[in-house]
Write a protein that binds this ligand. Sequence first.
Ligand SMILES: Nc1ncnc2c1ncn2[C@@H]1O[C@H](COP(=O)(O)OP(=O)(O)OP(=O)(O)O)[C@@H](O)[C@H]1O
Length: 252
Amino acid sequence: MTAVSIAGVTKVFNQGRPDEVTALSDVDLTVDSGQFVSLIGPSGCGKSTLLRLIADLIAPSSGTVTVAGKPAGQARRDQEYGIAFQQAGLFEWRTVRRNVELPLELRRIPRQQRRERAEEMLALVGLAEFGGHYPAQLSGGMQQRVAIARALAVHPNLLLMDEPFGALDEMTRERLQTELLQICATTGTSTVFVTHSISEAVFLSDKVVVMSARPGRITTTIDVNFERRDEATRQSAEYFEVVTAVRKALRS
Ligand SMILES: Nc1ncnc2c1ncn2[C@@H]1O[C@H](COP(=O)(O)OP(=O)(O)OP(=O)(O)O)[C@@H](O)[C@H]1O
């Protein structure tokens, strides 16, 4: 089963105006079910634009975007995906639990069921004790975990993440990477993950998609087949080999 299929997609902003920008040109990408795919490339190469097209927050100028076998707009209406961005984007006046419940409220899920699902998701991200806290009482890493719990609350088949760990220190970031992999393995969620970090992309992904700027294109796709992904992986020769391959692809 294919989670995301992008075929011949071009995105031009401000078409026909002096400030016209071709953000993406003729992009093809397939994300298989359960696969973890990272998008990496220089600033302005269209990573966020590609993610926003998958989420149907913007429409392509040409080409097609299919999510879970449906046109992207239908997939959005059916809430086939969850989104987490660099800023956790929590509502300060809502408790952690009620932040996680929000997408369920929007779906008109009954209160009891909402509460149970929120507790389940908070346990999954290791925050079972913090449901009654307010976001300001949590560290940045904990807030990011709440955002992930919220994105997963509707049990989406697809998770879209735009530099979700960008604002975190290195140690917290590595811990959350490991947690995210465990969550994806437990839930079978497919993930499209935007990052600037080569090491993060390599550690997390089944496939690293390298992009170039002006116009944004996919230049190289690197498959990653580690048997395990743990602290030892980060020290292994095969890990450094893939890191080097991605770095070379980014340079060329
Ligand atoms: N709404 C918009 N209107 C006009 N131009 C836009 C819009 N959104 C993005 N762009 C342009 O499209 C190009 C790609 O932007 P995008 O944000 O996708 O890049 P990115 O790879 O995610 O960058 P970064 O790594 O810096 O976050 C850039 O040149 C940007 O200026």
